[in-house]
Design a protein. Structure first.
Length: 155
């Protein structure tokens, strides 16, 4: 069983000059039920199907299963998704021996920029880059599955 351990932060500052890669992501949810989401993602020219379980009490850890799909299958599965699509650019920033994934959202979530870091343990120490702001780990409204239902522009 794959366990995802991550922390999430708002971004307050310039980060793009630190990024070594970027990709365009469009994703939808076949199921956005809390505790069991099924996501379809198209990242550049690759497709993915991801299933995530419920988060623990702190919101840092949950079960995650992902499988790469042919792009045409991912495009077909997108037609089954609930209303509301997430559109974003993901920037990869290496800092202090860790990888930060910084998502800049578009559409109804325009103006929201969030950074995530995946860890090996919930108490793993890491150095925060200067663009990291308030921690929002475990705040449900920042989950992509919730942003498609209640976008940032409606807060």
């Amino acid at each position: 069983m794959a366990q995802e351990i991550e922390r999430k932060f708002l971004v307050n500052g310039e980060f793009k000059s630190l990024a070594y890669a970027e990709s365009h992501i469009v994703q939808g949810y076949i199921s956005s039920a809390r505790g069991r989401t099924v996501r379809v993602r198209i990242r550049d020219n690759k497709g993915y199907l991801t299933i995530k379980g419920a988060s623990n009490a702190s919101g840092t850890s949950r079960y995650e299963w992902e499988k790469e799909l042919p792009i045409d299958e991912a495009q077909e599965l997108m037609k089954l998704c609930e209303p509301g699509i997430i559109d974003k650019t993901r920037y990869l920033v290496a800092y202090g021996g860790h990888l930060f994934e910084v998502d800049e959202f578009y559409g109804a979530n325009e103006g929201l920029i969030v950074a995530e870091i995946e860890l090996n343990a919930e108490d793993e120490a890491f150095e925060k880059p200067p663009f990291i702001g308030q921690e929002v780990t475990g705040e449900v409204r920042y989950y992509n599955s919730q942003l498609m239902k209640h976008p940032f522009s409606s807060w």
